[in-house]
Design a protein around this ligand. Structure first.
Ligand code: SAH
Ligand code: SF4
Length: 386
């Protein structure tokens, strides 16, 4: 009989304790196991020298540690490193490491494709393919941390110099539409026996799935970034279809509610600068009004164009003038540098390499099958009752 091996990367701390319990092991074994996996990057049970040989043998027949396979690995001239990670059935997602002077940020993906279909995003243009599992989400951090250490010759282990100090969920996909696996992965990022990152150093970016923003505030409030991109509903409706379901008034109220639980006392609003679309002085002034009573910071993102979007990046002087209006109103505003342009790792260009428009048809068909199987709301934006 074939036994299905349990991928231990799929289990959060509590689940690993339960798993060890099923094997007749004490909870502290789960902690040891977790440290081996997430702090030492162990791939096999043989390496886990402080576990009894009988337990290692038992684990080897029932479990595995399997991160998604790396398909390609590129480093940009500015040090940005991008991995293309295989998530099966011809799908790949991207993980990007952005080194800065005092920190290293990893940008991870939560879905293959995305159902939100924002006008300016190439991921959205691919359509939704599927949700990533916990192992595929945390596996990106696991793979990246230990690959980076290997490149630099830094030993694994909790005392080794940590390469990834910050995580942003800003890669492919809408994390709040893959809620449970995303939250489980977040718990592992924060756990002291795994990555031990503080909640302030982990940021989730969302296009504004209001009910799930509330749910996140209850289950795992990390730093929140909201992709705003527009100063009024008509404009936002045209850029982010989800806005029709959760308009700006609701979104602003959700941000305020979130801040009661958040590790930071502000929300970061991301604003993609689109030439002639959302970048006039009038838009800036409208924004100031919109966020009047939401403690926030602005991060302006120069649009990364891709051919089918029909959109253009605002010119630099326009971005500067726009930022100045926000700054003059007392809003902390930064402009994101585009990094990794030469390896297609800039925002919204993720998946450039795997994008194959002939597959959209196939994905749509798959989506229809899933909807038949799991109900017509599968992959759609639906209200989640709590
Ligand atoms: N789905 C989530 C997180 C992934 S997108 C969200 O939308 O927030 C991460 C960020 O990249 C978002 O702020 C998104 O609006 C931005 N983005 C998407 N496409 C872009 C593009 N072509 N140029 C610049 N930023 C883009
Ligand atoms: Fe999805 Fe975010 Fe892209 Fe919109 S910007 S399509 S929500 S990944």
């Amino acid at each position: 009989m074939m036994t299905v091996l349990t991928n231990l990367l799929d289990l959060d701390p509590a689940q690993l304790v339960a798993y060890c319990g099923d094997l007749g092991e004490k909870p502290f074994r789960a902690k040891q196991l977790q440290r081996w996996i997430h702090q030492f990057g162990a791939r096999s049970f043989d390496e886990m020298t402080d576990l009894a040989k009988s337990l290692r043998e038992k684990l080897a027949t029932r479990a595995m540690i399997a991160a998604p396979a790396v398909m390609s690995d590129h480093t940009s001239t500015d040090g940005t490193r991008k991995w293309l990670v295989d998530v099966g059935q011809g799908n790949a997602v991207e993980t990007v490491f952005i080194p800065e002077e005092n920190r290293g940020t990893l940008c991870i993906s939560t879905q293959a494709g995305c159902a939100v279909n924002c006008r300016f995003c190439s991921t959205g243009k691919q359509g939704f393919n599927r949700n990533l599992s916990v192992g595929e989400i945390i596996g990106q951090l696991w793979m990246a941390e230990f690959e980076l250490r290997k490149t630099k010759g830094i030993a694994p282990g909790p005392k080794g110099e940590r390469q990834i100090t910050n995580v942003v969920m800003m890669g492919m996909g809408e994390p709040l539409l893959n809620f449970e696996p995303t939250v489980t992965a977040l718990r592992l990022m924060l756990d002291d026996n795994a990555y031990g990152l503080s909640r302030r150093r982990v940021t989730l970016s969302t296009s504004g799935v209001v009910p799930m923003i509330d749910k996140l505030s209850q289950e795992c409030p990390v730093a929140l970034a909201v992709s705003l991109h527009a100063s009024n509903d008509a404009l936002r409706d045209s850029l982010i279809p989800l806005n029709k379901k959760h308009p700006l008034k609701e979104l602003m109220a959700a941000c305020k509610r979130y801040l009661e639980f958040a590790p930071r006392d502000f929300v970061t609003f991301e604003y993609c600068m689109l030439d002639g679309v959302n970048d006039t002085d009038a838009h800036a002034r409208e924004l100031i009004e919109l966020v009047r009573d939401v403690p926030c910071k602005f991060n302006l993102i120069p649009f990364n164009p891709f051919p089918e979007s029909g959109l253009k990046r605002s010119a630099n002087p326009r971005i500067k003038a726009f930022a100045q209006i926000l700054l003059d109103a007392g809003l902390v505003t930064t402009t994101r540098k585009t990094r990794g342009d030469d390896i297609d790792a800039a925002c919204g260009q993720l998946a450039g390499e795997v994008q194959d428009r002939t597959r959209v048809q196939e994905r749509m068909q798959k989506m229809a099958e899933y909807q038949k199987k799991f109900g017509e709301n599968f992959g759609k934006i639906v209200e989640i009752t709590q």
